[in-house]
Ligand binder design. Structure first.
Ligand SMILES: Cc1cc2nc3c(=O)[nH]c(=O)nc-3n(C[C@H](O)[C@H](O)[C@H](O)COP(=O)(O)OP(=O)(O)OC[C@H]3O[C@@H](n4cnc5c(N)ncnc54)[C@H](O)[C@@H]3O)c2cc1C
Length: 391
């Protein structure tokens, strides 16, 4: 595909760059300002409709074309600007589910808060014993007049302890085939009968409390909070997961990680010699660089399909798989350098580089397992793309 920009797209890119030059404080200034700078940042980008830029204009979004979305995202990532909005899950897949499957009342009620960074949505799919085989979920919702009564448990629910709402998949028809008996409810996390309990992470303080079990005991949820029809939950999950996985598949952070890895190699020694002169390490770093480029090209292939209005097939799964492999291997190389190569700085304290490498190496499950494990992505690629038979 020809990626030359049209004059209109070129103008838009200049507009974004000019905005960044004027409004994005330097990295140093941002460090001093801390999170206090974010509300103003979100206000400014919201004013320009760059929050929810991919959403239709009539839903409060920016109505950006696929190429404009790409231009905006690239410019923001290159400038290492903060996220385009606070409610990552709301913007990423809850809002789009409401836009695609919800009704006008739900759009009016939920979308403005997502765009104004007032809400914090969480994802309620997984249950104990139900992860990869998500269609087996058992959390039950029984209709009682204008409400559903929900009983059961969700697990691994990221951020539920400071979330405002949960996009929750529940079983409304236990007699239907398992994929057909699921419905999607938007549940207020402050509803009576909900208990959120922390799951401690092995990664210690850095990840001490991000994940939770969520228990439902006779939680009453208005029928008006159901997205789509009863039994449409599986279709909604599939669409939302596609979006979640494509968000994970972004290469810019790999460039940053590789830069840090080069710096670490430059500061380390292997067998008394500068690590950066070690042939095996140099080959490894070069291979990372080549694989990041492959990931970038894969992303562009996916973009091409979207611009042409073609089915993106299993692009999100391919990209997630490839990116997760890179993430884990680069973090492990960093750890090996810290461990085996005795850093040149003579500092073997675990807090070297702020403990960044240890945190990346221990923190990989969020990216790798969340949104579906690598094995599940391989199954999707094998069955849907390569046409291989199911086991
Ligand atoms: C840090 C973190 C954050 C998370 N956040 C959320 C969240 O916010 N909301 C939410 O709903 N869920 C969340 N999850 C849950 C996540 O989606 C599930 O953990 C994931 O889908 C795997 O499910 P499972 O843990 O039940 O493992 P299982 O499904 O039991 O899998 C165990 C192993 O078996 C393999 N396996 C399973 N089935 C197959 C198959 N058919 N073919 C080949 N291999 C297979 C898997 O690849 C894996 O290696 C999170 C998980 C983690 C670790």
């Amino acid at each position: 595909m020809d990626f030359d920009l049209t004059p209109g797209e070129e103008k838009f890119r200049e507009e974004v760059r000019a905005f960044l030059a004027e409004h994005l404080p330097s990295t140093e200034a941002r460090k001093k300002l801390g999170p206090s700078f974010l509300p103003e940042w979100w206000r400014l980008i919201r004013e320009r409709r760059w929050v929810g830029f991919d959403w239709p204009k009539e839903c409060g979004g920016g109505g950006g074309s696929i190429m404009e979305q790409y231009i905006l995202k690239q410019a923001m990532l290159t400038a290492r600007a903060p996220a385009l909005g606070r409610d990552y899950t709301g913007l990423g897949w809850v809002g789009p589910a409401i836009i695609q499957f919800g009704n006008a009342e739900q759009r009016a009620r939920y979308l403005p808060d997502i765009l104004d960074s007032q809400s914090a949505w969480c994802t309620g799919y997984s249950e104990p014993g139900v992860g990869s085989d998500l269609a087996a979920l058992a959390c039950r919702a029984v209709r009682d007049g204008d409400t559903y009564v929900v009983n059961g448990q969700k697990t691994w629910t990221s951020m539920a302890h400071f979330g405002t709402g949960l996009i929750c998949m529940v079983r409304t028809d236990p007699d239907a085939p398992k994929h057909d008996g699921i419905s999607c409810l938007l549940i207020d996390l402050a509803s009576p009968g909900i208990e959120v309990r922390p799951i401690e992470s092995f990664a210690g303080d850095h990840f001490a409390h991000l994940y939770n079990d969520v228990f439902f005991r006779d939680v009453r949820v208005p029928v008006a909070n159901r997205v789509g029809t009863e039994g449409q939950g599986w279709e909604i999950i599939c669409s939302a997961l596609q979006r979640e996985r494509s968000g994970i598949a972004e290469v810019n952070r790999h460039h940053e990680a590789l830069e840090r890895l080069f710096k670490l190699a430059a500061d380390s020694r292997i067998a008394g010699k500068p690590a950066i002169e070690n042939g095996a390490l140099r080959r490894k770093l070069a291979a990372f660089d080549a694989r990041i480029e492959a990931a970038r090209l894969n992303g562009l292939r996916s973009l091409t399909r979207q611009v042409r209005g073609e089915n993106p097939q299993s692009d999100a799964s391919i990209n997630k798989l490839h990116n997760c492999d890179l993430l884990v291997e680069m973090a492990e190389t960093g750890l090996q350098l810290l461990g085996d190569a005795s850093p040149y700085l003579g500092d073997t304290d675990a807090s070297l580089y702020g403990g960044r490498w240890q945190v990346s190496a221990l923190g990989w499950p969020t990216t790798v397992i969340g949104g579906g494990t690598p094995n599940v992505q391989k199954n999707i690629i094998a069955e849907r793309m390569l046409g291989l038979p199911k086991d």
